[in-house]
Design a protein around this ligand. Structure first.
Ligand SMILES: CC(=O)CC(=O)SCCNC(=O)CCNC(=O)[C@H](O)C(C)(C)COP(=O)(O)OP(=O)(O)OC[C@H]1O[C@@H](n2cnc3c(N)ncnc32)[C@H](O)[C@@H]1OP(=O)(O)O
Length: 442
């Protein structure tokens, strides 16, 4: 029996900012962002969008596109680091939104008997949800699970993380009928508690809060979604963990140079070029190349062999990231969609080929695992139109971007949007303070 991904869908925020506009306003060389990091557009949520609406959109699309009966879904596990509440799972908001839309077809509360939960470990949380859900269907092969990765990557204005913002969601149907990708049950894992990037529940000096409350008197959710981070240190932690997890994968499988069998290398992409920048270390170790000094590292990155290797195995997975930005938990899955969509568009046959995954979550953990492309993969991919859909987003100017970022807009930019939207947040009633209310517009 085989297990893995039967179907997949996604949702990206309806707005985007051109990276060159951000570069110009911040006095950054645009070529650094475009040619150095691979950034072109940055997906940005409208006023009514958040991690719950992203998740609900991706879940509803999965159910509709693959005619899933919601009553057949035994669990929905949501990986996120943008939770909207410290107790009530974001997955419960998403589930409820979708239940309401499906009510006419499937009756009230179609997910009544579904096990719904959030999983959090920075950007690797949805890989954990996938790992867990695969274990679940392996034990219960007649059951199906849905994994959703949903996040909003937000950094402080004018910080070094600002150009690596983004957001969106990917949903995956996990079962014993893996029409897209069969996933092998070998998991290379590496964990170390570090402080490279985190979102503490912060304490503020009184005067800071006074300023904030003057500017945003009726907002209760300011300051909660921006991380504390050390960019270069986080890069190093990422590189260390994926090396350790890759070595663990080799150890448990006894495979020699496994990456050489991988048609695609799919990374967690905090920005488009990250995977290709960090893999130089594993590549050098596997091929006996010198990798001690910065000069040696540059020489590997610029070598003809490495560039050819990147073009063959990583470049296609970067394309969606260049257009969307960081999707935190969803980035690794969007990288997969990007590669498969490109192969599909180019009429390439992938059946039976191996794909290697290198996930990372700050804080920190990496998981390395492998999937094999299934015979029916093209039928699954035919529903996506990923790059076409990315063209349907609305471009915003820099001023609008800053206002959205500061939560200074009351009305949505796309006033007549279709789909799920945050309607209101309860601010008065003491027993409902902070409750979020959503609606769906046809
Ligand atoms: C947050 C997560 O999602 C979890 C993780 O993965 S942690 C790892 C990633 N960390 C983050 O994303 C944290 C938030 N982001 C950041 O802190 C920063 O944006 C960052 C660390 C990702 C990048 O930092 P930076 O200082 O802006 O860029 P830097 O690392 O110097 O790289 C710039 C690249 O552009 C190149 N470059 C610079 N100027 C250039 C120009 N004019 N033309 C072409 N290339 C140029 C540089 O040579 C360099 O590329 P190479 O090293 O490959 O040669």
């Amino acid at each position: 029996m085989t297990f893995g991904i039967e179907a997949a869908s996604y949702y990206v925020p309806s707005l985007y900012l051109e990276i060159k506009d951000l570069a110009e306003k911040r006095g950054i060389e645009p070529t650094k962002l475009e040619k150095g990091l691979g950034l072109h557009k940055m997906g940005f949520p409208d006023v009514h969008e958040d991690a719950a609406t992203f998740a609900a959109e991706a879940l509803l699309k999965l159910v509709k596109d693959y005619t899933i009966n919601p009553k057949d879904i035994a669990r929905i596990y949501l990986g996120t680091e943008s939770a909207l509440d410290a107790a009530k799972p974001t997955a419960s908001y998403a589930m409820q939104m979708v239940e309401k839309v499906l009510e006419s077809e499937f009756g009230e509360r179609c997910f009544r008997n579904c096990d719904v939960v959030d999983m959090t470990f920075a950007c690797v949380g949805a890989v954990d949800a996938l790992h867990n859900s695969l274990d679940f269907v392996r034990v219960n092969p007649d059951k199906k699970a849905i994994v959703i990765a949903s996040d909003y990557a937000k950094y402080e204005l004018a910080s070094s993380g600002e150009y690596t913002q983004g957001g969106g969601a990917v949903s995956l149907l996990i079962s014993s009928k893996p029409d897209l990708l069969e996933i092998e049950n070998n998991w290379g894992v590496a964990t170390e508690s570090v402080l490279d990037f985190f979102k503490p529940r912060r304490q503020y000096k009184k005067e800071d809060l006074t300023n904030a409350l003057e500017t945003f008197p009726d907002k209760i959710e300011i300051f909660t979604d921006e991380p504390v981070f050390d960019g270069q240190y986080s890069n190093q932690c990422y590189q260390d963990r994926i090396r350790e997890a890759y070595n663990h994968y080799k150890e448990i499988t006894g495979k020699n140079k496994p990456y050489e069998n991988w048609k695609y290398l799919i990374f967690h992409l905090p920005y488009a070029f990250h995977g290709k920048r960090v893999f130089t270390e594993i590549y050098s170790l596997e091929n006996g190349l010198a990798y001690e000094t910065p000069e040696e590292q540059k020489a590997v990155a610029k070598s003809e062999n490495y560039i050819q290797f990147i073009n063959d195995t990583i470049e296609k997975s970067q394309r969606a990231s260049s257009e969307i930005g960081n999707m935190y938990t969803a980035s690794i899955f969007m990288a997969l969609l990007s590669a498969l969509q490109t192969s599909f568009n180019e009429n390439e046959e992938l059946k039976g080929l191996e794909i290697g995954f290198l996930g990372y979550g700050s804080g920190s953990k990496s998981k390395v695992f492998v999937g094999k492309v299934s015979e029916n993969w093209k039928t699954v991919v035919s529903k996506w139109d990923l790059f076409e859909n990315l063209k349907n987003r609305t471009s915003i100017d820099f001023e609008t971007y800053e206002k959205l970022h500061r939560k200074q807009l009351e009305e949505s930019v796309n006033e007549n949007y279709k789909g799920f939207g945050l309607n209101s947040v309860e601010l008065e009633n003491p027993v409902l303070k902070g409750a979020r209310y959503y609606h769906h517009q046809k």
